[in-house]
Design a protein. Structure first.
Length: 181
């Protein structure tokens, strides 16, 4: 594999900070969902790492499902027109759903997902996003749990990719502009 260090300008959030935050959020979620059956819905592929560590930080029993969506259009960023590549295997009826995402950037993906989930009869639908970029928001997303608010930079690692690369980096880091310009 190529030398990753030269492709990164700055580590924004370390693995240690991420894992500590996941423990904190998991403790809060455990309290908020006490006595309820919780279904975690991970959004492929970026949320894989968050889901793996967050679900194991939760003390109680949970079920997990996955959804794969892709936004298409002319730009490289999310267009807000989202296509389902893989739907849930689970019927959401009467379920307490917590959508697990790696990042809210423009907000278009989650905004679309929340609208899509609204008609599926869930008892509740909330969102946990590890990262959020307030300065990149194009639409407001009601997100109950946020890990870290970060500046509007192109970040990779801990599930986040550029052209499918860098997802396996342990930290969240800013990608050097020379990589994508
Ligand atoms: C990324 C990220 C979020 C979404 C956030 O997914 O994982 O799902 O973009 O962007 P938005 O708020 O502007 O919609 P991407 O579409 O790159 O797919 P991936 O998870 O497979 O990398
Ligand atoms: Mn994603
Ligand atoms: Mg991506």
């Amino acid at each position: 594999a190529a030398d990753v260090q030269s492709e990164i300008t700055e580590v924004l959030v370390t693995e240690e900070q991420i894992l500590a935050k996941l423990e904190e959020v998991a403790a809060q979620v455990a309290v908020d969902y006490a006595g309820k059956e919780l279904l975690l819905v991970g959004v492929l592929k970026g949320a894989v790492m968050v889901m793996a560590d967050f679900s194991r930080a939760l003390p109680g029993e949970v079920t997990m499902d996955w959804m794969a969506v892709s936004s298409y259009g002319t730009g490289t960023r999310s267009s807000g027109v989202v296509q389902i590549r893989k739907d849930l295997d689970t019927d959401l009826h009467d379920k307490h759903v917590l959508i697990v995402e790696d990042i809210i950037d423009s907000g278009l993906t989650l905004s679309w997902l929340l609208t899509n989930f609204a008609s599926r009869g869930a008892a509740s639908v909330e969102v946990f996003a590890l990262l959020r970029k307030p300065d990149a928001a194009k639409v407001h997303v009601d997100c109950r749990y946020v890990g870290f608010e970060i500046p509007n930079e192109f970040v990779v690692g801990y599930g986040l990719d550029y052209a499918e690369k860098y997802r396996n980096l342990r930290d969240v880091a800013i990608l050097a502009p020379h990589v994508y310009s």
